[in-house]
Design a protein around this ligand. Structure first.
Ligand SMILES: *Cc1c(COP(=O)(O)O)cnc(C)c1O
Length: 351
């Protein structure tokens, strides 16, 4: 099913998994089900929490599981959280793993998480909004090993693979669950006595009524580039990410947030020359002001658009978060330009 964005797709997963565990909830709602809870890593996307508000389960129903220093869910913590929730009388219904976290681009260990889901009889959703695109590459699809055991998967084609916004699929291995969850058989539009084949009409399985034809964006992209063209573009992203990581490692004034990155999100600090005191590290609150200042200059002169952010779960002050994507295909000159330009824009800063 195409959904209007990864946030909506994650909400789909929460409803589908709930429907799967509690078929009666379609009619009776959740009032008799006890305190439903789902689990996602502390680095997971906020859409799980937002969806929990909309679905009447509340923000407290999303239990955050600790991530390791590279942003991957710690599976032992997941197990402990499930056991603790059960002991407290809560009712687990889903685990939301992330394949490509929004900030660090980390991939949760899907095979181990799938084992835990199997052990406790929980629905495994994989939020591959960011990372799903790596499946197009035979070279890099191992990043998502274990995804084949998921009950549902979110994949944003508008992220890594740059389809026009929004172009998202929610995939599920349960063929009838979309229908069971959403179908109301509205007679003005989903007549059951049509004299033609309506089996491809997905309307009754969707949360939306009128919809944009998001499929067309993917279809056109595949027509234009072909599977091999898409694969080459994805592989190029990986190569460029490796290239710029290497440059960032060597170049004075730049500092990587992690030694290595798993995919296309590269996070780093830039420390202007006048602020590089020999041996002393910069106070976090001072360093935190550099990226916003350079970002302002980027926007003023229109040369780059690179986001920045802090990471509060790891107490990291504002850093640049570069997202390398498929189209237009970038090359090493572009990567060099990014670093040169940040240096040019930031060289006189002294805070
Ligand atoms: C971006 C993102 C989302 C939300 O997707 P939208 O298409 O922006 O709604 C969900 N999960 C992850 C991991 C993301 O990076």
């Amino acid at each position: 099913m195409f959904a209007p964005g990864g946030s909506s797709a994650n909400m789909y997963a929460m409803v589908l998994s709930r429907q799967h565990a509690f078929p009666q909830s379609k009619h009776k709602g959740i009032r008799d089900l006890g305190e439903l809870v789902m689990f996602a890593s502390e680095d997971s996307h906020y859409s799980f929490v937002k969806s929990a508000i909309w679905l009447g389960m509340g923000t407290a129903s999303v239990i955050k599981v600790k991530a390791d220093d590279r942003g991957r869910m710690i599976v032992a913590e997941l197990r402990d959280s499930i056991l603790k929730a059960r002991k407290e009388g809560k009712v687990p219904y889903m685990v939301g793993a992330t394949a490509g976290t929004t900030v660090l681009g980390a991939f949760d260990p899907l095979p181990e998480i799938a084992d835990v889901c199997h052990e406790f009889g929980l629905w495994l959703h994989v939020d591959g909004a960011l990372g799903g695109g790596w499946l197009l590459s035979t070279q890099h699809r191992n990043l998502l090993v274990g995804v084949e055991r998921a009950d549902s998967v979110t994949w944003d084609l508008h992220k890594l693979t740059c389809a026009p916004q929004q172009c998202t699929v929610i995939l599920t291995r349960h063929p009838s669950i979309l229908c069971e969850t959403n179908s109301l058989r509205a007679e003005y539009i989903f007549q059951s006595d049509k004299y033609y084949d309506a089996s491809y009409d997905s309307g009754d399985k969707s949360i939306q009524c009128g919809r944009k034809s998001d499929t067309l964006k993917l279809w056109l992209q595949l027509k234009a580039y072909g599977r091999s063209g898409m694969e080459a573009a994805v592989n190029n992203v990986y190569d460029m990410a490796q290239y710029i990581t290497e440059k960032l490692r060597e170049r004075p004034g730049f500092k990587l947030v992690m030694d290595e990155f798993e995919s296309n999100l590269i996070s780093f600090w830039y420390i202007p020359p006048k602020m590089r005191s020999n041996g002393h590290s910069l106070a976090p609150e001072v360093l935190s002001k550099v990226a916003p200042m350079i970002k302002k200059r980027m926007m003023d002169c229109g040369s780059l658009m690179i986001g920045y952010q802090p990471l509060s779960t790891k107490q990291l002050p504002n850093f640049f978060r570069l997202s390398i994507t498929c189209f237009p295909e970038s090359n090493t000159r572009d990567m060099d330009f990014i670093l040169d330009e940040i240096e040019t824009l930031g060289k006189d800063i002294l805070l």
